[in-house]
Write a protein of this length. Structure first.
Lengths: 265, 265
């Protein structure tokens, strides 16, 4: 049998790295369809490694951040979810379900501008059932101050009070914070600039976060504003990130003993 | 200013991430030239993250592993350095210098077979001055037992006593070990299967490792076989990996306090 990269999706479901390889394939396909930037592949690899050191599971601290995020999104006046190429390639269907449950628009916002990319991502989102997509018309965009990259061109984000930024670059989170927006970040690197600047940082893999958010959204829709505000007030992002780092340290400490067991087999 | 991925190499040298962005650009260019597989971009990203958690420097434990590796390479009978696409894209010149100092062949060995890749990598190595390149003629290859991937097709590696495998997949290291080869791995993930299976595991970024190896090789060429054997005997790979994990834990613990300082600026 001769392997090549186009056969990655033929990996059997029993393979220990099945899920990881499946999403790796989605990202590579995304690049071929213009949805994902080349640097998006490298970013995906960084994510794989950070996921590995949190144990490839949704931690207790991530669950706390997800709850706080939902409470913020449900009490916001003009929330929006920013979408980049990797997010569109990895979890388009889940993202659309979440945006509909919360009645929040999706805004395409890209670091790497390239002819045809916005259109390619729009198509992916539409195929997933999205009906409320912003950021598709460059002529209607305004520019965020304090930001040089292509990320500065925004539409609904300019007037939003809460912006959820999955898989973000640090510059934009800082710019959004300086414009007094509330930022919810999904970032596997707990000490990236985005993670540190955000009001709520969900340190977890997007492929687990969005389904967990959908479940939590359905539950939290029954809560009162008072109850939601209490959840927000009880959440301390800095402390939560530090606890996440403690979990990473615990995980690595455990690996220090257990990793070598594979040699005994 | 509008950014796009083709301008990454225009990043000013003063940029805090200059080195990281420069090598990211080399990898993306490598993909465009067939040298690097698409999955190689994702692998590079994983490496960036692991490098980040060791502090982006050559640690004391990496230096110990490099010394042991050189002692092994200098006392080996038929050593060889395996070369894949990422290595050829990142450090071709340095690799050729090392192979010449040690008088060791470079053998191209790829996980992802694709028409024209071997030729593209051969050209990169030749342009870097390589004169002793193996693995270029598919007809002359034999197959390693215990390995299903394209990595099984080898040339000089089949008869080598010591194989240095930079940026490796786990299956092959295990197969090489089962054939009683001595394996020297360069892998930023200290608990990858390659890292655990290898006899000597250098947990460090290839862009720092090869220059460090060149320097050490020049020094160690003056040592006697006895002195080199002593260096080998004093090296404990498992212990060295565990100490590397301790360094990672120390680094993350430090980040836990220091990371948030950027918010105070």
């Amino acid at each position: 049998m001769s392997l090549n990269e186009n056969k990655n999706h033929n990996v059997p479901e029993s393979h220990p790295r099945y899920s990881s390889l499946k999403y790796r394939h989605k990202i590579i396909e995304g690049m071929k369809n213009l949805v994902v930037a080349e640097a998006g592949l490298i970013a995906h690899g960084r994510g794989e490694c950070f996921d590995y050191i949190i144990g490839e599971k949704t931690t207790k601290t991530a669950k706390n951040a997800i709850k706080a995020a939902l409470a913020v999104l449900l009490t916001a006046e003009r929330p929006v979810i920013s979408v980049n190429g990797n997010v569109a390639a990895l979890v388009p269907n889940e993202l659309v379900v979440l945006s509909k449950i919360l009645n929040i628009p999706l805004e395409i916002n890209l670091f790497y501008a390239k002819k045809g990319r916005i259109e390619a991502i729009t198509e992916v989102l539409k195929n997933a059932g999205a009906t409320n997509i912003k950021g598709t018309n460059e002529d209607a965009m305004t520019e965020l101050s304090g930001l040089e990259s292509n990320r500065r061109k925004v539409n609904f984000i300019a007037k939003a009070d809460v912006v959820m930024v999955p898989l973000e670059d640090g510059d934009r989170t800082e710019a959004l914070k300086k414009l007094n927006k509330i930022v919810i970040a999904i970032d596997l690197n707990p000490i990236s600039r985005t993670a540190l600047w955000a009001d709520i940082t969900i340190v977890d893999n997007i492929i687990r976060v969005i389904p967990e958010m959908i479940e939590t959204a359905n539950k939290f829709k029954k809560l009162s504003t008072n109850e939601l505000n209490q959840i927000i007030n009880n959440f301390d992002n800095k402390l939560n990130i530090q606890k996440t780092l403690d979990l990473i340290i615990e995980h690595i400490t455990k690996q220090k003993e257990e990793a070598f067991k594979i040699l005994e087999g």
